[in-house]
Write a protein that binds this ligand. Structure first.
Ligand code: UD1
Length: 418
């Protein structure tokens, strides 16, 4: 297992390029299951999660080839519809194969993902919605069995919470359904919009992109497409917070500033200078940090995937910051690790109260999940002394060449085998 060692206290300067979004690439990869033929996906990040998804698709008989960030995928020889526990347990997003598989093949068997470090994370919305579309669902031996004779039937679906992957699963399933499907209280995340664009290119008519009501006119056949994965707003946000914490002046390139409305507003309130270009964001830290309160919300609210990083940032402010996590019930695993670095953080229910002391000191810490690990990197870059982060395989799930990009900005960071 690798660990990352950071010598803190070096301000960051220069330009950093954002990769394609993990959370957009994963549903786009699974959407290729809907129809045979070579699809071309560009700007696909090379991450542990994208590799896991391709390994899963390989078990279905899917062929793929990668050339740099361009991925070509063909599912014409689909010969297996079972997603095994071995792969699903390593990546919850594997559940995204359920919708497209059952829509195209009339059956699918997908291991139930189980809980994870940030909460119970059930998939009941996905299953209920598929039932509405006429799919028979059976839960046995830890697997979801999904079956239908003939085509799925368009229906109305309502989500209690605007779930991102449930919206994506049903968008894909409804694309091959007979008739019209309406998703009410759909997730509005930009990654959902990227999938809508892909499905529209494949020949589906979809109304309501970017809104909480999506209307999908299913088709009996679809065509393979070429599409770009949108930039990773969470990666972009992580670099912005690294600069905010460590100090300096950095331009984040190849990003979409409009995808980070809540974060940019909060960083401005915290005293950072933020300049938005067409596809760039320049962040400059000129003085001390002010504390801000945060409440995570579905898009366009403050992303839960940036909560851990802004908590690390707030420990460097001088003041009180209340951070409310409303999406996942157990997403404060980073708190204990930040405390090891000297942070003063109390948890009260779904709120964390950060008393910023203006500094942290480097310590050995452990990564517990993807974004918790990113928060430890933000903390380590700005802390006094050396921080050693173990279990960095979590980081490798979602950040492409993190150390390389940070070294280019002047960070002193290296990876070692434990
Ligand atoms: C996606 C993202 C993840 C992000 C999360 C919230 C991907 C691959 N992952 O995860 O990075 O943190 O959105 O922005 O895109 N829920 C249910 N039943 C369900 C489905 C969800 O109760 O069937 C609940 C969840 O427990 C959670 C909330 O709905 O409390 C939102 O979760 P959801 O949007 O589904 O998260 P994911 O799609 O798993």
């Amino acid at each position: 297992m690798d660990k990352i060692i950071i010598e803190g206290g070096h301000p960051l300067h220069g330009e950093v390029r954002v990769s394609g979004a993990k959370n957009a690439a994963l549903p786009l990869i699974t959407a290729t299951l809907l129809t045979p033929g070579w699809h071309t996906l560009r700007n696909v990040p090379d991450l542990r999660d994208t590799r896991t998804m391709l390994a899963l698709l390989e078990t279905f008989g899917v062929a793929w080839e990668r050339d740099g960030s361009t991925l070509r995928i063909n599912s014409e020889n689909l010969n297996n519809c079972e997603a095994s526990y071995e792969l699903v347990k390593t990546m919850r997003a594997s559940v995204l194969v359920l919708g497209p598989l059952v829509a195209r093949m009339g059956e699918a068997r997908v291991s139930l993902p189980g809980g994870c470090a940030i909460g119970a994370r059930p998939i009941d919305f996905h299953l209920q919605a598929l039932k509405n579309l006429g799919v028979e669902i059976e839960l046995t031996h830890g697997y979801v069995g999904a079956k239908i004779d003939g085509r799925l039937q368009g229906a109305t679906v309502y989500f209690d919470i605007p779930s991102v992957t449930a919206t994506e699963n049903i968008l894909m399933a409804a694309s091959l359904a007979e008739g019209v499907t309406v998703i009410k209280n759909a997730a509005r995340e930009p990654e959902v919009g990227n999938l809508v664009d892909m499905l529209v290119k494949m020949g589906v008519t979809i109304e309501g992109k970017g809104s909480d009501r999506l209307t999908i006119h299913g088709q009996s056949s679809l065509q393979p497409v070429e599409i770009d994965v949108i930039p990773d707003r969470i990666e972009a946000g992580t670099y912005l917070m690294a600069v905010a914490a460590a100090g300096g002046d950095v331009t984040v390139t190849h990003c979409i500033p409009a995808h980070l409305p809540a974060l940019l507003e909060k960083l401005r309130t915290a005293g950072l200078e933020i300049k938005e270009g067409k596809d760039t964001i320049r962040v400059t830290r000129k003085g001390p940090l002010r504390s801000v309160d945060i409440k995570t919300m579905p898009y366009p609210g403050f992303a839960t995937d940036l909560q851990a990083q802004i908590m690390a940032l707030m420990t460097f402010s001088k003041g009180l910051s209340v951070i409310a996590e409303t999406i996942f019930e157990n997403r404060f695993m980073h708190v204990a690790e930040l405390r090891r670095m000297g942070a003063d953080i109390r948890i009260d229910g779904h709120c964390a109260i950060v008393t910023g002391t203006g500094k942290l000191t480097g310590a050995p810490v452990m990564a517990t999940d993807l974004r918790a690990s990113a928060s430890l990197v933000v903390a380590g870059l700005a802390a006094e002394g050396t921080t050693e982060i173990s279990r960095v395989y979590h980081l490798d799930r979602g950040y492409e060449n993190l150390e390389g990009k940070l070294i280019k900005l002047g960070a002193v960071i290296r990876r070692e085998q434990e």
